[in-house]
Design a protein around this ligand. Sequence first.
Ligand code: CDP
Ligand code: CDP
Length: 203
Amino acid sequence: MQFTVAIDGPAAAGKGTVSKAVATHFGFAYLDTGLLYRAVGARVLDGADAIEAAQSLNAKEIDGSQLRTAEVAEAASKAAAMPEVRAALVEFQRGFAKRQGGAVLDGRDIGTVICPDASVKLFVTASAEVRAKRRFLELSEKESSVDFEQVLADVKARDERDASRDAAPLVAADDAVVIDTSELTIKEAVSAAVSAIEAKLVS
Ligand code: CDP
Ligand code: CDP
């Protein structure tokens, strides 16, 4: 069975959390496409050319553990604005989406560009303040000197760059179900996503 769930939205909205939970619930495979761009961003920080880094990326060997920093996120977002970088990553994502047994992909352009024919499209969002608070809590677990105002400014700057670029900007697909998680617990957000997917699975 081919069944693709596309989940897009701004930084720290809860895309990954919802994606992992629904993938487990339905037994689907999960791809965090942000990690592809983060891996490219990390290589740029090490001095590589963004386009060459994207073209030579071995997506199956990405180790996410070093990639969830604010510096890598910013470098990822800058590299992600380049059409050649995006083009180099399309084939792997589309291949993953078409695998048998169901797939969940999360990112910025899954429902609009990577999988315009996805079985279900979700746009997971939340207010900038709520998202910055969540990201602040996550980063504070790893580093001691995290400043909330800086995290908020970083999140807003990245969303602005992602939404205003010409190549595959961050935008909800016309046919996406919007889930605003600002006032939702993780459980509530997951159950909203599960309901939206079940509605398509039975129809
Ligand atoms: O993948 P994305 O950047 O959109 O967000 P995430 O990494 O899934 O979530 C960011 C943080 O918000 C995580 O620490 C979640 O536990 C937390 N969170 C959430 O995802 N959903 C809620 N309704 C409440 C908190
Ligand atoms: O976890 P968070 O939402 O903060 O970021 P991410 O999903 O890991 O994505 C990092 C950056 O990669 C984003 O700010 C985008 O610039 C870029 N990205 C993209 O352009 N397209 C995707 N499908 C996924 C990520």
